[in-house]
Design a protein. Sequence first.
Length: 424
Amino acid sequence: MLSNSLVRSAFGASRGRVGGLNSRVRVSAPLTAPTQHQWQDFKCRHSVEGKRWISVYGYTQAKALVYSRYGEPKDVLQLHKHSISAPHGTQVNLRLLAAPLNPADVNQIQGVYPSKPPFQTSLGTQAPCAVAGNEGAFEVIATGSNVTDLSKGDWVVMKQTGQGTWRTHAQMDESQLIKIENKEGLTPLQISTVSVNPVTAYRMIKDFCDWDWMRAGEEWLIQNGANSGVGRAAIQLAREWGIKTLNVVRERKTPEETEKLKQELRDLGATAVVTEAELLSGEFKNLVHDLTRKGREPIRLALNCVGGKSATALAKTLAPGSHLVTYGAMSKQPVALPSGLLIFKDLAFHGFWVSKWGDKNPQLKENTINDVLQLTRTGKFKDIPVEELKWRWDTECAELVGGVQETLSGFRSGKGLLRYEAEE
């Protein structure tokens, strides 16, 4: 509760006297809530530089990376400071643990991604804006009186896309969140990166191919972009499910760097790793023939995130009646398919967008997340490499935006990750 003396010292009083601890308080005018101008002035004069400030009204300061128009992150992203009230009803207040920087997040900021979050003024911005980011792990720091399934200290992820995760704190309804039922043995990195790439790999392998589980170890999948988050997840999940993998990666700057990457994927469980150049070479057909024991071990599924000639080459390796699933288009080239693959091999071609799938299947998404996290707890699913960007309360906007912009740069040692270091 805010004392009369503090209110009047902060916002002014025409008359009044405050005595000692046991004295009566006498005021000549009724107390009223401060105006927005008075409130902002009070915050400025009573906050501590570099520290997150919790007001005596129960409001807490937060920061968010927002954009009010589409464009390059360096041109449109702003760091907006605002206040969050105490939660009521089924509301939950959250503190960021970690949030990855995905290429799709940047595409969303650019306005070229199909899913676009609503532009609103709910954070007190002058112009309607959206909070960037779709994936992240948060800790519950306060709950409303009608919240039933969440408690302070729980870890959660977003149930749907477009909820905005690049923020230090958030207030959301309990229904918008997925609780991590058992966070023991897990890290913020693992939880913050579970709901997009691992879920994408899991559903594509499970949903698009009728595997003969009696032939474990005798069927294959082939994929390009094998070093991506989805690719690494697919390697590990396939290994657990008895599916062999033929993995395609881009060449690195030197043969030594390329071989190092190949070995890294083999250590995750990849059966074989080749480069894009090897995939497109005339010798690749012979390599596939040898790997699959002259076709006795069929390649049943292809996962494509590149498009163009790479996708065509993947399709040509598939056994009759198999499937190619496209979930990305890194080359920005269309998938070109020879008619013979459709007519004579009866191949099926699909597209998969995990955002739309998750919004339509929230319970199945939650089940999939729990399955992946259980593999993680037991050491069967390894962390992706990351380039961590620490986000402290006094971190400058330019530093954060620079990290976002680098998401679309060339080869990186790992996925960009915002790691919030709370000071409260």
